[in-house]
Design a protein around this ligand. Structure first.
Ligand SMILES: [Ca+2]
Length: 246
């Protein structure tokens, strides 16, 4: 295993190990189960793909133009990661909808790590609510960082056109939700300790929809149209997805 910058480690190594081994949810008791309003059961769902297969929490598209699998040669942590290579098929070929979110939950945060391969275009990640509306989104666009919020699309931290982010380096993305204000903070850092200065945090971004969260999607982003459009082939990986509510 490669050495990694300390702030990116999971806070509880024992729990992280357990989750990576079983690849499933750890649910804790809480009041108001179902996730209505500001309450809802606690959720600590971790997907590290360490079973070497997709759990039943996933809906994964199968078509000749797409390759999606758990693989051992693109791994952020453990033995397996998810690889997805798409060539102009539809949106949302990978949907993670665990039963812990079946009625929608006001999560504290959604965190994941992705890897953009060299010459890879247009891979995105969407957080969706129980009504099927997008709450927020992030895309890696060869290799710029694009953010989708209630005001539309913008380049992360206002960076100019041109490369931002680094293909071939794992990147951590974290949406942190403020349900009282209908906003979220977004942290994006390369997994090299952020020493190159490309990463950072945007705060107080408006949610698009602000209903409770139901699923997490790995999807298509069109670099030319700059939106959720399957116009670009892409070649990306994802690992260590965490859905959390205290
Ligand atoms: Ca893994």
């Amino acid at each position: 295993m490669r050495l990694r910058h300390t702030p990116f480690r999971l806070s509880d190594p024992a729990e992280a190990l357990l989750c990576s081994l079983v690849g499933t949810a750890v649910l804790r008791a809480g009041n108001n189960p179902g996730g209505t309003g500001g309450g809802g059961a606690s959720v600590d769902y971790f997907e590290g793909f360490e079973s070497g297969a997709f759990s039943t929490d996933w809906t994964v598209e199968s078509s000749p133009e797409i390759y999606i699998d758990t693989v051992q040669d693109r791994v952020y942590a453990g033995t397996y990661g998810l690889a997805i290579t798409e060539n102009n098929t539809g949106l949302d070929p990978c949907i993670l909808a665990p039963s812990a979110l079946s009625n929608g939950v006001q999560l504290d945060y959604v965190e994941f790590y992705y890897l953009g391969k060299s010459a890879s275009n247009g891979c995105g990640f969407r957080v969706m609510d129980a009504a099927g509306n997008e709450v927020c989104g992030f895309a890696s666009s060869n290799s710029a960082w694009e953010v989708h919020d209630g005001n539309g699309w913008h380049r992360f931290n206002g960076a100019p056109d041109g490369n931002q982010g680094t293909n071939g380096t794992w990147t951590r993305v974290k949406f942190i939700f403020d349900w009282a204000n209908g906003t979220f903070d977004l942290e994006v850092f390369l997994d090299d300790g952020g020493s190159d200065g490309l990463g950072g945090t945007e705060t107080g971004l408006p949610m698009i929809a602000s209903a409770n969260i139901r699923d997490f999607r790995v999807t298509s982003f069109g670099t030319t149209s700059r939106g959720w459009n399957p116009e670009e082939p892409f070649d990306n990986s994802v690992d260590n997805i965490r859905l959390y509510k205290a």
